[in-house]
Design a protein around this ligand. Structure first.
Ligand SMILES: C[S@@+](CC[C@H](N)C(=O)[O-])C[C@H]1O[C@@H](n2cnc3c(N)ncnc32)[C@H](O)[C@@H]1O
Length: 263
């Protein structure tokens, strides 16, 4: 069952952020972008979320999507460029990744991305119910050692938070090159009452969804001979039968953006 934003916050208060916040020192141009462009694009959690996330963008988008842990921003920039009618929120606590995407946003004069430079758990807790059309989690830190598994982003409570912020018919997309993390994620999403796996064929997990641009980590995984795994889950409306949930998610739209269930 989905939690309210308030409960979400309480549930995660004990959770630390485990990733890296900083790498090499930023160059002066990057520092300039962090000081001038980031404040203009930043999602600020110290005030309540707008009733409609569309209000955060200069041109009212038809849908709003979130990418968690965008790294260098390759996929986010490509998606935002390919879908100018969609608003994107990118979340990345790693300062160097944020500096990199700011340079790309400026170079491409991209106006449909908003950024949160922190832990996605806090962002999820801030977002209104059913406010997103899609959430992408691409190559999250795998935390391979058993004693670190609790650090993985995908946990039952994170899935509940995703279910709360996704609208019925919205999508959660996950990619990894770590078989154990793929199995971990599938196991948790399969037991989550709010989601249904959209796979139609036995090898669906081997193929990315249409239009996927790839990421830096994916390129590295392929270079090193690791096979990516792609999992796509649809947010169910309620306790409707699985076939009805899948119909609501328009599996045919796996091959084009699933912006509306009732089109
Ligand atoms: C392995 S990298 C993958 C980056 C990118 N998605 C790619 O495929 O190239 C994982 C990214 O997730 C980010 N990350 C880790 N924990 C996060 C969290 N709690 N919220 C948001 N991003 C997070 C890290 O900073 C890092 O950039």
């Amino acid at each position: 069952m989905a939690m309210s934003g308030h409960d979400d916050h309480a549930a995660f208060r004990d959770r630390a952020f485990f990733g890296r916040r900083k790498g090499h020192s930023l160059r002066s141009r990057q520092l300039g972008l962090m000081a001038t462009l980031l404040p203009r694009l930043a999602v600020t959690l110290d005030r309540p979320a707008p009733n409609e996330l569309a209000e955060m963008f200069p041109r009212r988008p038809q849908a709003v999507r979130l990418e968690i842990g965008f790294g260098g921003g390759e996929n986010l920039i490509a998606e935002a460029t390919a879908h100018p009618q969609v608003g994107f929120i990118g979340c990345e606590p790693f300062v160097n990744g944020m500096a990199k995407i700011l340079a790309s946003i400026e170079a491409g004069a991209i106006d449909n991305i908003r950024l949160y430079a922190g832990d996605a758990i806090d962002l999820l807790a801030w977002l209104p119910d059913a406010s997103l059309d899609e959430v992408d989690l691409l190559y999250p830190d795998p935390w391979p050692k058993r004693r670190h598994w609790k650090r993985r982003f995908v946990q039952d409570r994170t899935i509940a938070a995703l279910a709360r912020v996704l609208r019925a018919g919205g999508l959660f997309r996950f990619a990894t090159d770590v078989p154990d993390y793929a199995a971990w994620t599938l196991e948790r999403l399969m037991r989550a009452p709010d989601f249904v796996w959209t796979a139609e064929r036995a090898d669906d997990w081997r193929r990315p969804w249409a239009g996927f641009h790839g990421t830096r980590y994916e390129a590295k995984a392929k270079r090193e001979g690791r096979a990516p795994c792609y999992l796509e889950f649809c947010r169910r409306a309620g306790h409707e039968p699985l076939h009805a949930a899948l119909a609501g998610c328009r599996p045919d739209l796996r091959h084009s953006p699933p912006y509306s269930c009732d089109e």
